[in-house]
Design a protein around this ligand. Structure first.
Ligand SMILES: Cc1cc2nc3c(=O)[nH]c(=O)nc-3n(C[C@H](O)[C@H](O)[C@H](O)COP(=O)(O)O)c2cc1C
Length: 436
């Protein structure tokens, strides 16, 4: 059957002609076998060992997540502020923040619009996926509407909920009515793995997989307490993966919880190395953010694709966590005045957007040492490709196609092929002066 993504006959080859499409299109099997890579099994489905990480605001919506799932991988939507992809929902909530004395109602309406957008996006992603792969929803523990995002994602029928930016100790409770949904925390060290497994065991539910995200390599918010900790060797994959497997073995859980490594993974050799260490799969963010199917603007993709490692900066976000992004004019200018902003930081009576997207916000709460900018504004500007105002999260390392924008399918093909060099030289989009 022809679809927007080619022929579904490929996808049905594994399960016989009468069956529903197999999770993994058969055309990837020779590449996996030739290059010594193992498939990833989740929810009893055999998948590519490749997960596309959730990227907000709006970077991974239905287009990207659906395209990755269509190839037999895990496509992850980011739940944050998805209304930005729906002009009718933006119209409905535009200007509400300006109303005096209506903050509770404004928040209610913005949250409602976002939940409606979330439902629409899950449905659209499923259509694009055509029955292949898995569709996941990423929810940040640090967002104020976290519990509602988790519940609505499960009601909308996502296969998997992935939670980062905080410890999701309560996720099993929130998902109690959805025993078949996969629950996946994002952690950074073996101590975190032991803690979450023990706490969840008491609730009679185990993580269905654990993403191990390396704070020295990944993009976005990072799982370390302070910037000074990002290089701590306790985060090295070579340490976290064996230590976590050892804990799981001693806990009688050997082979029960697949580990998925994330951060700076760019080549087939990287995937092979991580699987040799014991990871079942890998999660990539930045390489998927620069694909044709990614839901962000072309200008957004160019900023990420053309940035080099020396252009990246680490800073403390308004969520109080270290973060990694491209040193665009806005970010460099902000960091220059950050000490002054922090010196006068104080608790405000309200969030400037009456949205209160974060449960704890350094700007609204005037928290000492936390970021002093509106993260929703800055990430939404990046999504549009606004270089003057945008905050562009990015992971470390040259990308598989250098500065080129290619399709999800081409990216996966490259990730499943050994012996391809990473392009080292590429032109830059950012003005030299802005990066000085
Ligand atoms: C633009 C961008 C936005 C991101 N947003 C989120 C997010 O909302 N939630 C989350 O858990 N991780 C987020 N991440 C992290 C990715 O999901 C992924 O784990 C990480 O980027 C992997 O590292 P890599 O970019 O080096 O491949 C983001 C990363 C990028 C590059």
């Amino acid at each position: 059957m022809p679809t927007a993504f080619g022929s579904l006959s490929d996808a049905t080859a594994l399960s016989g002609p009468a069956a529903a499409p197999a999770a993994l299109p058969a055309h990837w099997l020779p590449a996996l076998a030739t290059n010594g890579l193992q498939t990833l099994t989740l929810a009893g489905r055999r998948l590519l060992p490749i997960v596309q990480g959730g990227m907000g605001v709006g970077v991974s919506a239905h287009g990207l997540a659906g395209a990755v799932a269509a190839q037999g991988g895990v496509g992850t939507l980011s739940s944050v502020d998805l209304r930005r992809h729906h002009p009718d929902l933006m119209d409905r909530t535009q200007g509400l923040a300006g109303r005096v004395g209506c903050d509770a109602d404004t928040k209610l309406q913005i949250d409602g619009a976002n939940l409606e957008a979330l439902e629409r996006e899950v449905k659209a992603a499923r259509q694009v996926a055509g029955g292949c792969g898995l569709i996941a929803m990423n929810v940040m523990r640090a967002v104020s509407d976290y519990a509602a995002y988790v519940r609505r994602s499960l009601e909308a029928g996502v296969d998997m909920v992935v939670v980062g930016a905080g410890l999701p100790l309560d996720l099993p409770d929130l998902a109690a009515d959805h025993p078949k949904a996969l629950l996946v925390p994002i952690l950074s060290d073996a101590r975190g793995v032991a803690l979450i497994v023990k706490k969840w065991e008491r609730k009679k539910r185990l993580p269905d997989a654990i993403v191990i995200e390396h704070p020295r390599l990944a993009g976005g918010h990072l799982g370390a307490a302070r910037i000074a900790d990002l290089n701590d060797p306790r985060f090295d994959f070579e340490r976290v993966i064996p230590e976590s497997l050892d804990f799981l073995r001693k806990a009688g859980l050997e082979g029960r919880i697949p580990l998925i490594a994330a951060g700076g993974i760019r080549t087939c050799e990287d995937i092979g190395h991580l699987q040799a260490l014991g990871a079942a799969g890998v999660q990539l963010g930045t390489p998927f953010a620069v694909t044709a199917e990614c839901d962000a603007s072309d200008a957004f993709k160019r900023v990420l694709a053309e940035a080099r490692d020396e252009d990246l900066v680490e800073f403390t976000s308004v969520a109080g966590l270290p973060a990694r992004a491209v040193g665009t004019p806005w970010l460099r200018a902000y960091l220059k005045i950050e000490p002054k902003l922090q010196a006068v930081a104080h608790a405000k009576t309200r969030c400037t957007k009456a949205f209160d997207c974060l449960a704890q916000c350094g700007l609204r709460d005037g928290t000492l040492g936390w970021g002093q900018f509106c993260i929703d504004n800055q990430l939404a500007a990046a999504l549009r490709g606004d270089l003057k105002k945008g905050l562009y999260f990015r992971g470390v390392g040259a990308l598989p196609f250098g500065s080129q924008i290619r399709s999800v399918r081409e990216l996966i093909e490259r990730l499943l092929t050994r012996g391809l060099d990473l392009p080292q030289a590429w032109s830059r989009v950012l003005p030299e002066a802005a990066l000085a």
